[in-house]
Design a protein. Sequence first.
Length: 521
Amino acid sequence: MNKKLVSPSLKRGLTFGIVMIIFVLIDLDVMVATMLSKLFGANVIRGSLPDVGFMVLFLILFGMFVGWSTSSDDAKPTTKLFQALVAGLTLGVVLGLFDLILNQLIVTGTDVRKYLAALAPESIRLFLFDQGAISPLLHLGLFTVASLLGSLMKILLKSESASRFFKGVKSGYQGLQAKAQANTPNWVKKYGKFLLFLLIGLLAFFLPRIWGSYNNYVVGLVGLYVILGIGLNIIVGLSGQLMLGFAAFFAMGAYSVALLNAPLPHGIMLGFWPSLLIGILMAVVAAVLLGLPVMGMRGDYLAIVTLGFGEIIRILLKSDLLTSFTGGPRGIQDIRGPTLFGQSFSSDIDYTYIILVVMVLSIFIYKRLERSRTGRAWLAVKEDTKVAQATGVNIMTNKLLALCLGAAFAGLAGGIFAARNQFTGPNDHQLMVSMNILSILIVGGVNSIPGIILGAFTLKGLPEILREIENYRLLVFGGLLVVMMISRPEGLWPATRPNIEKDEGNKLKEDGAPGKGGLND
């Protein structure tokens, strides 16, 4: 029995030891310790190191996670503690051996940056608690105790008494909620939603004037990616077409506004609003030109074709051959902003208002489309093309319509993006932009507006707020996507409509009643 317990725990401790070594080699441990220091209100100047206490806190939390994850759910408390002890000791031994190597590097004065650019001697000393030769023993004791604490926490939180306590809290909250709902006046129930919208509108009006230029920039960036996420969700989430070249439509809107409303290279100066409309139309035209020949493709084939389309657009924009027309690799600068009633409307506050208004309109249009006959047709095409065609749905028309509408949203966001930055170039429309937008849907939740907003804030807002993770953005993206696929495959805030329809379908089967909710309802 002990052998069956020891072997998995040893493997778990060894795995986490390797993970921590990788963290140290890429200096991720210092980044997390810096974030913890800011969380507790300690001011750490960018480029400097946090206090050693925050490194200790990070390692304790890491060790507790090891103990929690190693302890089996169905094992006895003593068995859980034993598993955590073995994993913690293994982790401590692995890092202790690693500490010996790091100490030797410091003693010999080896320039680690020649081999690992992110790792500095100061970072090594911080990880070793600046204790030199005794750091292996410190790490061994720390991870052993922390792992046991994590296991003990799991035992306490998973116990029957804790379960009863949480159930009592939940039932008490539900009781208070029911009591509050029963005592709520009818006029509040009837007009409460509109009062909430009014409050949000007032906040959206006053907050951009209060929280400063940088926060306005972050909010605007998140809002633009919400618009892009809604556009891609029409293509991917509703009609089921895997699109990997979405940045091409984004580029159409941005470059249309840039070419028509910048002094160079053509000096047309048409104005922002007509240029934005033309940018949307150009994105739709590009969608038609792409969609007509590829509408018969599905799955990986469609993804590869759209990816190639996006790269072709980027390469053409970057090509020296078209420098006189598109600005080439240098892009287009000094793009003029919008005016309103003859007055300039291009400050950071003004752009925040424009983006918020466009975002709200995009959400409204999307919700109307989703609940319409066209939205039901898209979902039918996504679920089963042959069955949808048998019920009278025109597959080609609906797929092309979804592609055009999604492209229109991308062109709209691209035009505002170019004018707000007063610049656009080929690097603003590379493949990573398409991947970011698709990641927003995966992380937030497909067909979920709150999920898209949450995903845009998580993937675009947080990296701007937490500048410490800027160098680890791709690593965080990859890790977050892996975690989401395992723990919450439907996203942080999944859509409720499919679940509701599934529950209604199961209920109808039990009752033997005829189905509802078809395309003709």
